[in-house]
Design a protein around this ligand. Sequence first.
Ligand code: HAM
Length: 418
Amino acid sequence: MINIPKGLKDVLPNESYKWEKVMKVVYDLAKLYNIKEIRTPIFEHTELFLRGVGDSTDIVNKEMYTFLDKGGRSITLRPEGTAGVVRSFIENSLFNEALPLKMFYVLPNFRYEKPQAGRYRQHTQFGVEVYGADTPESDAETIMIGYEFYKKFGIKPQVHINNLGCSICKNNYVEALKTYFEPKLSQMCEDCKRRYKTNPLRLLDCKEENCKLHVENAPKMADYLCEDCKTRFVKLQEILTALNIDYIINPILVRGLDYYSNTVFEFYDADKTKGLNALGGGGRYNNLVEELGGKATPVVGFGIGIERLLLYLESKNINIENENKVEVYVANITNDTIKIMEIVKNLRDNGISCEMNLSGRSLKAQFKYADKINAKFVITVGEDELTSGMFNIKDMFKGTQGSIPENKIVEYILENRN
Ligand code: HAM
């Protein structure tokens, strides 16, 4: 037998309704917030991610699925959604659309990570990217979309927010961090030593206990924000408070990707934040479009892991209702299967979900199957029924049964389906 590769997961038929629900929530939100869908390819030129995600990140350094195609080009499976959307925005001149332009995607990403709970080598993100607005209102609206998404599943997350500053205050802060960490580096982990050189901000979110001790007394970004960045951060907080979004300021939130500046945020479990991976996260990246060759365009966005969401719901015993129900099973005790198929077709034509005996089973086995698939009604059709035109119908949920004329079946089901 050939098994699924490590770190991957099938979505099985008995759970796929959850994904359908996710898509429904996404499409409903997209309508309310005027967000248009974008679908970029599953692989891109490797260079896009090297430049777009940043070569100091774990994603680029350790986790990309990169290979040469038959033409000798270096190709990488998408490790995250943002870079591909930026590429498409530039390549398709989407800056000519009405800006701000809000886009969303629900797409798979591939990262060669150490598999563990909530961490897979293929995961799916619901992402939103808001192009062409550089205001605290657009930050708040983006956070709001993510927040509302979780609320539709009965979760009220806590949003951690931070401000990494504009390029000027960010640079001052990075210098302060370097001065602070330099004498401590010898006691810190190898990753931190590397990050000190490539992206000192990442020293703040090292998970090693020893390194965390040094982080506690590190300079705080808030002390380095310029007046504009401070004002913007305060305004964001005012909006979030007014909109009843549960948030806290997390001064060591820096995010694992290089492109962020200014507002960054992550969604966490409100009860049990410590030790738990973020449910989703994002932030502002005002320089990336220009860095990848486009006209400078401010953007803010987020990515929410769907597998992580579903795991989280399970851990909280929050059920997603399976709205897909087979309403009718048509059981046959006649060889006139063409007639049965006509009956079934008529029911389906009237919007009634229906199943029939596709495998030549006995009546007893058909009832067993109808029970297993949770069909509400079973209509039994044999020679007698075909002659008299009266069909037996059993309500499997209530245990009641009766007899109805063939031409009244649809009406009966529609009236009694709930
Ligand atoms: P990220 O924080 O790397 O951000 O990923 C976003 C979310 O994807 C995570 O919070 C988590 O829910 C999910 N996720 C990431 N890696 C895995 C994994 N290995 N297994 C399961 N779930 C995972 C980004 O990717 C940014 N592109 C988000 C963004 C969009 N920022 C601005 N726009």
